[in-house]
Ligand binder design. Sequence first.
Ligand SMILES: Cc1cc2nc3c(=O)[nH]c(=O)nc-3n(C[C@H](O)[C@H](O)[C@H](O)COP(=O)(O)O)c2cc1C
Ligand code: SF4
Ligand code: SF4
Length: 257
Amino acid sequence: MTKHQIVIDKSKCVGCKMCVNDCVAHNIVLKNNKANIIANDCVMCGHCVAICPKEAVVMTGYEENPISRERVVSLNPDDVLNVIRHRRTIRQFQNKKVPAEILNQILEAGRLTHTAKNMQDVSFIVLDKKKHAVEKQAVKIFGILQKAGGVVSPMIKRNKIGEHFFFFKAPVVIVVAAKSVMNGSLAAQNMEFVAEANGLGTLFSGYFTLAARLSRNIRKQLGVPKGKKVIMTLVMGYPNVKYQRSVQREKLKVDYR
Ligand SMILES: Cc1cc2nc3c(=O)[nH]c(=O)nc-3n(C[C@H](O)[C@H](O)[C@H](O)COP(=O)(O)O)c2cc1C
Ligand code: SF4
Ligand code: SF4
């Protein structure tokens, strides 16, 4: 039996067909004015659960229940664009702890992010006791790479790889692991937005991600789940810098054909 099943409570169903019309898998039919699931091997997207006006559709096997949309959240598009325009990579952090509720909210943003085929394959590793040890190992690896030369970019060669080269003394480091690079990256981006909304700044550490990909030892210390790879490392904390203006970007590359 599959882990999750779609169950329709026929006594609640009024045959409105909303679920039938919205099902991407054409997996719901109306019989005698009641919705029926054809098979339980669909993508389990949950659109049928979300759309039903009578709460007649249930997806089994989850620890949480669906949450009703009580108010329509409307974001001001200019504000959203300005957040994107003005966010900057943060590498200077205040020596200030991030409250657990904020950390949990950031993790929740990752958990709730959509995944291709509804894989839900993204895991999060919050570095705590191992933080210093794994950073030390990454520094060692990058030292070797730097000496070997050619393997990494000239910018890395110029770089001074000190003991805080990867995490910049940030209070929070979250490693995102997933089967799909795309899924992990989407989760990481949403997590950054929620961090930003909480007044935190983020660095996407491609360098630490690379070190973790290169080192089995680091992956072991991180406990990367089997079958998943390290997709991104989010380094977060309260910024110790304030930027006064946006920075120019190249002009829009877009074709309409
Ligand atoms: C996928 C990704 C990986 C990155 N890795 C690193 C990194 O390892 N170390 C670092 O200092 N900055 C890293 N950055 C930051 C970029 O250098 C930065 O985004 C870019 O210079 C633009 O600056 P901004 O983010 O402040 O707009 C990374 C950014 C992205 C998107
Ligand atoms: S949306 Fe709900 S009420 Fe409408 S047909 Fe589907 S199960 Fe029945
Ligand atoms: S979970 Fe999605 S794919 Fe499956 S029956 Fe419901 S709407 Fe269709």
